[in-house]
Design a protein around this ligand. Structure first.
Ligand code: NAD
Ligand code: DAU
Length: 353
């Protein structure tokens, strides 16, 4: 097989950086170019391990700037694109939707336009668009999302991701672009930005801060370890069918209170000075339009591509807690910057009773 030359958009974020680790750790015959705007969520520390590796290259680039996209990428050798770059946090999309439309819709559009030029030169093998199960809306107690579930997004974030999914689909049907979309459930693991439920709870436990649980804590998410997700994306890029979509999940539904309690129990063991951490749980105002339940049916990727997750939840959540305990400088730097201002603001705006 010829060398893979993968362009990773949003590769300095949570899942994108894990994807870079997955690929570079498993293959010599590959080169990766990460493009990233380095928003509040992008962090070059996530990629530090590779900075002197000849297989790795980083370009600071805003995908919402079409001129910049075309100019900065014109001389980069690319055979595959893994498109992760997005605004990703639902609460932020409620407080300020505009960036979500710009990046997730217009940014994806420019990346597709750029990909079309590679396709015209017969250089592009695949454009993998990373999307979310939130485009399908909210489930009640039964059932699970399949690839044919109708779209029904409820937040500005999920609506913007749905918009990009539709554009990707259209570029297959209209221009024959070799696209594939993956829709996955909630990820967790190393490098997870501390605004999201799992890292937020771990870090608040460590700081003795309240653990804000929205509403009653009964909302359900289907938790996917980021390393399993990245292996699945790589599999889809190599063996998926163009024009298709694949759901990725590991049948691992938990309600939010179960997640918070599990983290508290792990923290009691690993940070006994703060025990019992459950005393920090604080029920706060619910998220507006809060989707009740997500659940992925991964039968298609399992049967058609033979995908199986490698990790069990119990070991992966403990690994995640350990990662945060072992990487204090990483999160201390984030918590001491602008993020803290946002957190206090969000806490006041969205979370207070
Ligand atoms: P993240 O917020 O951690 O990272 C996003 C990255 O995109 C950051 O590095 C950021 O700097 C970059 N970025 C943002 N705007 C940009 C722009 N205009 N130009 C260039 N780069 C830009 O997000 P994540 O959790 O790693 O999510 C990655 C992708 O996976 C997103 O498309 C998201 O919708 C999707 N997804 C995430 C989850 C999850 O649980 N985190 C689940 C399903 C799907
Ligand atoms: O389902 C996939 C999606 O998962 C991705 O597309 C998104 O990019 C990703 O951010 C995530 O969205 P969620 O809104 O599900 O994740 P979040 O971690 O923000 O919240 C998870 C659940 O926890 C949700 O029901 C809201 C709740 N929550 C969240 C926070 C931050 C709380 O109860 N308290 C909190 O402080």
């Amino acid at each position: 097989m010829k060398q893979r030359k993968i362009l990773v958009t949003g590769g300095a974020g949570f899942i994108g950086s894990n994807f870079v680790h997955t690929i570079l750790e498993s293959s010599e015959d590959v080169s990766i170019t990460v493009v990233d705007k380095l928003t509040y969520a992008g962090n070059l520390k996530n990629l530090e391990k590779w900075k002197n590796d000849p297989r790795f290259n980083f370009i600071k680039l805003d995908i919402t700037d079409k001129t910049e996209v075309f100019a900065k990428l014109q001389n980069v050798a690319i055979t595959e694109i893994a498109h992760f770059a997005a605004e990703s946090h639902v609460d932020r999309s409620i407080l300020g939707p505009e960036e979500f439309i710009k990046t997730n819709v217009m940014g994806s559009f420019y990346m597709l336009e750029f990909a079309r030029t590679l396709h015209a030169k017969k250089e592009l093998k695949v454009f993998l668009h990373v999307s979310t199960d939130e485009v399908f809306g909210s489930l009640s107690a039964d059932g699970a999302f399949t690839e044919t579930t109708p779209y029904s997004p409820n937040s500005p974030y999920s609506a913007s991701k749905a918009g990009s999914d539709h554009l990707v689909r259209a570029y297959f049907h209209t221009y024959g672009l070799p696209v594939i979309t993956t829709n996955c459930s909630n990820n967790y693991g190393p490098f997870h930005f501390p605004e999201k439920l799992i890292p937020l709870m771990i870090l608040n436990c460590l700081q003795g801060k309240p653990l804000p649980v929205y509403g009653t804590g009964e909302n359900i998410r289907d938790w996917l370890f980021v390393k399993d997700h990245c292996l699945a994306i790589d599999l889809v890029m190599r063996e998926g069918k163009f024009g298709e979509t694949y759901n990725i999940g590991t049948r691992n539904e938990k309600n939010n209170l179960e997640i918070v309690h599990r983290i508290c129990e792990l923290m009691d063991k690993k940070n006994p000075n703060g025990a019992p951490h459950k005393k920090l749980v604080q029920f706060v105002k619910d998220r507006p339009g809060h989707d009740f339940r997500y659940a992925i049916d991964p039968a298609k990727i399992e049967t058609e591509l033979g995908w199986k997750p490698k990790y069990q939840f119990d070991e992966a959540i403990e690994q995640t807690v350990d990662w945060f305990l072992e990487n204090k400088p990483w999160w201390e730097e984030i918590l001491s910057g602008d993020y803290n201002k946002y957190y206090e603001f969000q806490y006041k705006e969205l979370n207070s009773k």
